[in-house]
Design a protein around this ligand. Structure first.
Ligand SMILES: *Cc1c(COP(=O)(O)O)cnc(C)c1O
Length: 371
């Protein structure tokens, strides 16, 4: 039997309670209209997200994974091409590259930020390299100035994986809208989550936006006429209606996440534990509050005994996944990523955590280290 934790790692009940009225009203509106696919709610969400992010276009699709896949297709990436990304990310980043027929080429991360290490990128560029997918992992913006400089020099496209970072800012601008394209996920656990799957591509490139709009409906511009083969990847009206309600609250929720993170930073000082690092140009949103410790598994078990949940993102790097054997990477190819996957632990962080819950998290971690 599972015992109920005093601080579950994830708990959406509080957030739901805070927006239950408007959410049910929005969903009711969709049912009353009996319009379920790519209608007014999706169009409204697209314009609200584009406006919020400062992007010219936002295109709703079925998931964050498809947002990545369709962005790559829109830039003509496919068999014979190489796309750079990191081994320490959610599977979808590399999965999307693989689905196009292109080859994911991996670059190790920076040990402090968990994001792509720009100093290692150029070594991996070949004549086949077409794009870079930097992942703003855990809601922390990548070093985009360095990445842009490399991309400009080698004429590479940049597609930001902003699935964990919507609302996070880099030099005051929205992650996801800093490059050729950016991809959002509305998966329920993301900081702007729907009630199912959903995603969005942000871009200010008119041609790419046109292509993605066509590709998401089986490659047809005019219904039943297909110039290219696309896929079925549409955002539905119910998801869009839900995400619109959440979007109105996103800044408030992200501010609360930052405040809790600052409280954890303060409370977890002077322990043999690496807490999140914030580069000077970055304003993160802490999709996850991840720490590094040699004694990760022991700490996780100890926390459970205190009633505190935790999570491991991600326990196995992408280059060591069975499905990517064909890429011919080996253990120790990406030492920083591998170390992170051994030592990383994410603590509960969501806006609705009570004073008592936050104090228990801090007290429990300190107790583990006898501090
Ligand atoms: C969640 C996530 C995705 C995929 O989004 P889905 O909507 O689940 O398909 C891609 N990249 C990262 C880094 C993610 O966290």
């Amino acid at each position: 039997m599972k015992t109920k934790l005093k601080v579950p790692f994830i708990d959406f009940k509080g957030q739901y309670a805070s927006v239950r009225g408007p959410l049910l009203k929005a969903v009711g509106r969709v049912f009353d209209s009996q319009q379920f696919i790519l209608k007014s709610e999706v169009a409204a969400l697209e314009s609200e997200v584009a406006h919020k992010a400062g992007a010219k276009h936002a295109i709703g699709v079925a998931s964050g994974s498809d947002a990545l896949y369709l962005s790559l297709l829109a830039f003509g990436i496919g068999p014979g091409d190489e796309v750079l990304t990191v081994p320490f990310t959610f599977f979808a980043t590399a999965g999307a590259i693989h689905r196009t027929g292109a080859k994911p080429v991996l670059v190790d991360i920076d040990s402090k930020t968990f994001n792509i290490d720009p100093s290692l990128i150029e070594k991996k560029i070949t004549s086949r390299t077409k794009a870079i997918i930097p992942v703003h992992l855990f809601g922390l913006p990548c070093d985009m100035s360095a990445i842009h400089a490399i991309a400009r020099k080698h004429r590479l496209k940049i597609i930001e994986d902003a699935a964990q970072s919507f609302g996070a800012l880099y030099k005051g601008k929205h992650t996801g809208a800093l490059s050729d394209a950016g991809c959002l996920s509305f998966f329920p656990t993301k900081n702007l989550g729907g009630a199912g799957d959903g995603g969005m591509v942000l871009t200010s490139d008119d041609a790419a936006a046109d292509k993605i709009r066509i590709l998401r409906v089986h490659g047809s511009k005019e219904k039943y006429f297909h110039d290219v083969v696309g896929i079925n990847s549409r955002l539905d009206e119910i998801q869009a209606a839900v995400v619109r309600v959440k979007l109105k609250n996103m800044d408030r929720w992200n501010a609360a996440r930052r405040k809790i993170a600052a409280e954890y930073d303060q409370g977890l000082k002077n322990l043999p534990l690496q807490t999140p690092f914030i580069p000077k140009d970055a304003q993160p949103i802490y999709h996850l509050y991840s720490v590094l410790t040699e004694r990760r598994d022991e700490l996780a078990s100890f926390l459970v005994k205190q009633g505190v949940g935790s999570g491991i993102y991600y326990p196995l790097c992408l280059h060591l996944q069975v499905c990517f054997k064909g890429l011919r990477y080996r253990k120790n190819d990406f030492p920083v990523s591998e170390e992170a996957s051994r030592k990383v632990l994410s603590l509960p962080l969501y806006p609705e955590l009570s004073d008592g819950q936050r104090a228990l998290v801090i007290r429990s971690v300190r107790a583990f280290f006898h501090a």
